[in-house]
Design a protein around this ligand. Structure first.
Ligand SMILES: Nc1ncnc2c1ncn2[C@@H]1O[C@H](COP(=O)(O)OP(=O)(O)O)[C@@H](O)[C@H]1O
Ligand SMILES: [Mg+2]
Length: 279
């Protein structure tokens, strides 16, 4: 089996800002569950956008799920190639129910009757432990359910590669454990997972490989423990001299990322640019 994602010398720029600066990385076949970490603004979400076909690099080459990304590649191309992503700020159709949101996602890649779509949706919601929320409006859900709905919408296109952007953000310890179990289940079912994440506790439990971004560049790649022990990573990302690596990283995440709480209130501290992207 060849790599799932192969990026070579990829640069993405927004005006003068290089969100990705000459990035080369390989995901799969032997990287297991991959975590991508790094300070805010390091280019993590942009990296997912590139793999998902939603952001075209200024230079460099990308191949994902055997598809060389080019001028004609768009998110739909990559969905059909088996790539799905979730967004840091979940973006369901708020006036639809949870079930309808998942039905719509299923309908993106298959022609089925409403009854079939509903059955598929309910089955998936059951798998994620939110079947009892199926009839609720998606705009009025607690954060943990919104995050799961976001995962469900990603899974509905039957991806081989699922890109998750800060899926643990704002969750309580219990909710994190619950999500870890769910994601491990997806992995065991053969879905390749890439998680952009600040919650190192979750990555320690889940990830096999870590990729560390800083200022648009990859500064470390390797097995989780090895990478977290690396002096360069500690210095660049975790804060020199801080004993509790996970704690400082989590604080960093909650301070300046879009801040969310389990009660479901969402308070974007910084505008989230990717919200504007085509899905
Ligand atoms: N759509 C956009 N327009 C302009 N600048 C952007 C856009 N998306 C990201 N950026 C900038 O690119 C850099 C990397 O952003 P991002 O990939 O969101 O980082 P991360 O996910 O690691 O926090 C940041 O400086 C950010 O402000
Ligand atoms: Mg981000």
């Amino acid at each position: 089996m060849t790599a799932l994602v192969e990026m070579r010398n990829v640069t993405v720029a927004f005006g003068g800002v290089k969100a990705l600066d000459n990035v080369s990385l390989t995901i799969g076949p032997d990287t297991g569950i991959v975590g991508i970490i790094g300070p805010n603004g390091a280019g993590k979400s942009t990296c997912l956008s590139v793999i998902a076909g939603a952001r075209r690099p200024r230079s460099g080459t990308v191949e994902a799920m055997g598809v060389p990304l080019g001028r004609r590649t768009n998110p739909a191309t990559m969905t059909h190639a088996g790539v799905a992503r979730t967004f840091q700020i979940p973006r369901p159709f708020t006036q639809m129910t949870v079930r309808e949101n998942v039905q719509v996602a299923f309908a993106a890649t298959r022609r089925s009757s409403d009854a079939e779509l509903q059955e598929l949706a309910d089955h998936l919601l059951e798998r994620l432990g939110i079947r009892d929320q199926a009839g609720k409006l998606a705009g009025a859900l607690p954060l943990a359910v919104r995050k799961k709905l976001e995962v469900a919408r990603g899974m509905a296109v039957n991806p081989k590669l699922l890109l998750l952007d800060e899926v643990f953000e704002g969750l309580s310890d219990t909710e994190i454990s619950d999500m870890v179990t769910i994601l491990r289940g997806l992995h065991e079912d053969g879905v390749h997972l890439v998680l952009v994440e600040h919650v190192l506790r979750a990555l320690r439990q889940l990830a096999d490989t870590l990729i560390v971004f800083e200022k648009g560049q990859v500064i470390a790649t390797g097995p989780v423990d090895e990478v977290l022990q690396s002096p360069e990573v500690k210095k660049a990302y975790l804060g020199k001299g801080r004993g509790d690596a996970a704690g400082s990283a989590t604080r960093q995440g909650t301070r300046s990322e879009a801040h969310t709480t389990s009660s479901g209130t969402q308070n974007a501290v910084r505008p989230n640019k990717e919200v504007e992207e085509p899905r």
